[in-house]
Design a protein around this ligand. Structure first.
Ligand code: SF4
Ligand code: SF4
Length: 100
């Protein structure tokens, strides 16, 4: 009896095809309501105050003023909490499409 169940499972899996995707050729569409990534569409608005980096709970943001002004975002550290977007005094951060 067990052999019948096993053969049924085997045939089902052979006919169904792979359950995985051929990433990166085939990408999964984002889930509805996904927040995406943090974007700074207009970097000229940033005053490099560093508030966003201080509010970030996962240290995904780094802001430096010297030797040169730099705002850095590490996407894979980000937990998409939105604290930086809320805290930015210049409102230059926003959630956006991760493909941008
Ligand atoms: S809080 Fe806003 S203005 Fe300040 S460094 Fe971050 S992005 Fe720039
Ligand atoms: S969304 Fe949260 S975790 Fe991501 S960069 Fe902003 S403060 Fe940090």
């Amino acid at each position: 009896m067990k052999i019948v169940v096993m053969l049924k499972t085997l045939l089902f899996n052979l006919l169904k095809g792979p359950v995985t995707r051929k990433y990166p050729y085939e990408e999964r569409p984002p889930f509805p309501g996904e927040r995406g990534v943090i974007l700074m569409p207009d970097e000229s608005k940033c005053i490099y105050c560093g508030i966003c980096a201080r509010k970030c709970p996962s240290n995904a943001l780094t802001v430096t003023r010297t030797p040169e002004k730099e705002w850095k975002y590490e996407r894979f550290r980000c937990i998409l909490c939105g604290a930086c977007v809320e805290a930015c005094p210049k409102k230059c951060l926003e959630f956006g499409d991760r493909k941008k």
